[in-house]
Write a new protein. Structure first.
Length: 243
């Protein structure tokens, strides 16, 4: 439970792909902060080879002071020589590795959302509308994109995202497969799996393009999908609740 509105995080990027991984992690933390109502102030003290070039030390006193004063320390990996002998007091207070921390955060967010979707699908008479609105949740899509950026360099996170996505796909398939026949849809032309990929891929593209400042055609794309849903399930009667 968040009890404060501001946290200080010391970011130790290191070298190699460290800055890229740390930047992706920073974006994920910032988005979580906006979602849960707290600010993240980042400190970027010199670390590893950068610190060695500046001061002749991999972990100079100023960096030790910054990490000691911070609420948390973010590192790109736990194998950097500069962390030798200080990993325990500096990094991963409640989790063995940084990957474990991110995976726990991802599981908490996606688990809550999938439980909500399961409950909605069990009670709704418009399951396609429910799945569409769930997929159209811009906050959830954007957060997943940030974790996918982390997954480019972290196999454990990539495996977690893949497993979570597959569970969600199977949950939705179990519902949609039984609908097509009752809706009079020719399943040899429109399959349940193909329909789900379309309904979940469109929102991802919209969010990605919005992050780039591109919005041309977005309203038309949403209107097209919702027109097709109306043709099949009628006008939307109950809007999916948000967490």
């Amino acid at each position: 439970m968040i009890t404060r509105d501001r946290y200080v995080v010391a970011c130790l990027a290191g070298h190699g792909i460290g800055p890229e991984v740390t930047a992706a992690a920073s974006r994920a933390l910032a988005r979580l902060g906006r979602e849960h109502g707290f600010d993240v102030e980042e400190l970027h003290p010199p670390f590893d080879t950068e610190a060695l070039t500046r001061s002749g030390h991999l972990l100079p006193p100023t960096t030790r002071q910054a990490t000691g004063a911070a609420d948390a320390v973010l590192v790109a990996g736990d194998s950097a020589p500069a962390l030798a002998g200080v990993k325990a007091p500096l990094v991963h207070y409640y989790f063995p590795t940084l990957d474990d921390l991110f995976i726990a955060t991802y599981r908490r967010r996606t688990g809550r959302n999938q439980q909500r979707l399961t409950e909605e699908l069990a009670s709704t008479s418009q399951p396609l509308w429910t799945i569409w609105e769930y997929s159209l949740d811009a906050t959830a899509v954007a957060l997943t994109q940030e974790f996918m950026a982390l997954a480019n360099h972290r196999k454990a996170i990539r495996a977690e995202i893949q497993a979570t996505a597959e569970r969600l796909r199977q949950l939705q398939l179990a519902v949609v497969e039984s609908l097509l026949t009752s809706y009079g849809v020719d399943s040899s032309v429109v399959t349940a799996a193909g329909l789900l990929v379309f309904m979940t891929a469109v929102p991802r593209v919209l969010v990605l393009e919005e992050m780039l400042g591109l919005s041309t055609g977005h309203a038309d794309a949403v209107a097209t999908v919702e027109h097709l849903l109306t043709e099949v399930e009628g006008e939307r009667r109950i809007v999916l609740s948000r967490p």
